[in-house]
Write a protein that binds this ligand. Sequence first.
Ligand code: GLA
Length: 393
Amino acid sequence: MIDQNMKQAVLDSFEKSFSKKDGVKAYFAPGRVNLIGEHTDYNGGHVFPCALTIGTYGAAAKRDDRMVHFYSCNQDRFGVYGINLDEEIKPTPEAGWANYPIGVIWAFEKRGMKLDKGFDLVINGNIPNGSGLSSSASLEVLTGFILRDLYGFEVSNQDLALIGQYSENNFNGCNCGIMDQFAVAMGKEDNAIFLDTADLSYEYAPIKLEGAKIVIANTNKKHKLTDSQYNARRSMCEEALAILQKTVDIKGLGDLSVEEFEAHKDVLTDPDMQKKAKHAVYENQRTIEAVKSLKDGDLAHFGELMRQSHESLRDDYDVTGVELDTLAEEAWKIPGVIGSRMTGGGFGGCTVSIVKDEAVENFKKTVGENYLKKIGYEATFYTVEIGNGPEVI
Ligand code: GLA
């Protein structure tokens, strides 16, 4: 579902910024929401995200010289930022948001896909910034998709996901897993993606929510320390894995069943580390169970697993915080809420809830009021649809 106003705005802005409109093409890449399977993707576990119909719009055209120019309608204060392809490509503070597309160009070049000429790029997104709905992965995949289209590089959508992740890990310094870029690059309308991050095998699962909607609630929390905390969680899981590998033959925490974990967990003598590993193992098993219950048409059990997921992220993995806890805990009290949990990296960002049609208004009103009372500022609610991966529009 392409928003024609967003498309027009990005094309108008391109014309204004670069005084050119012939040969300009418009593109879109979605954001994503993860239904269940959190902090499992860097542990060789399963995830269950879907692409959204909100995302990042782009307008781009090749240039005759070796300059690449970037302008974001959402980050006007950066103005137009440019790089010269004949100079070393590296992250800089002045580039701001443009470090994401620049990182993707860098990653393409590392893979031997060199740009002969530069290009101009304008973007305009409708994913709320810092909301945990993958505005950065959306921008990375959008950039990769545009490079493929403009330069004719032979890369699959799955490669676009891997390149996006590589650039985020090695250029932008966040050690993220593959979930976000994969969900963005491989999105399919009305389907979630059941992805095994151990080997990237995946299947689409139709989300037929008869009589219910997916509602996202944004904490609007301003100060997040996501990257450093995220990287710290990841390192702790890696340490736990190394210790467990001395007694069990596994490649990732996702290889362990709950029973195997319980039988071996005492080798993790640091109680905090044991809790983090427990989350990774249990959450992976919950995700597998959740997808099965969806296939069996047992949405109520899916909802119960969403709740367990949030509780584990709150109590064991420690990535929620009072804002996300308030949204989820208030949601659980509302009749007609099938399930609710934090989604994405945590420490702020959003919750995702499955809410019966007739309960949506009351859900937004009551959770919204109680959130404001407790936290002191408002949450924002969006009823979302599951959309496709990147496309020329
Ligand atoms: C962020 C990362 C993902 C994933 C989630 C947590 O969104 O980018 O790779 O680890 O957090 O599930």
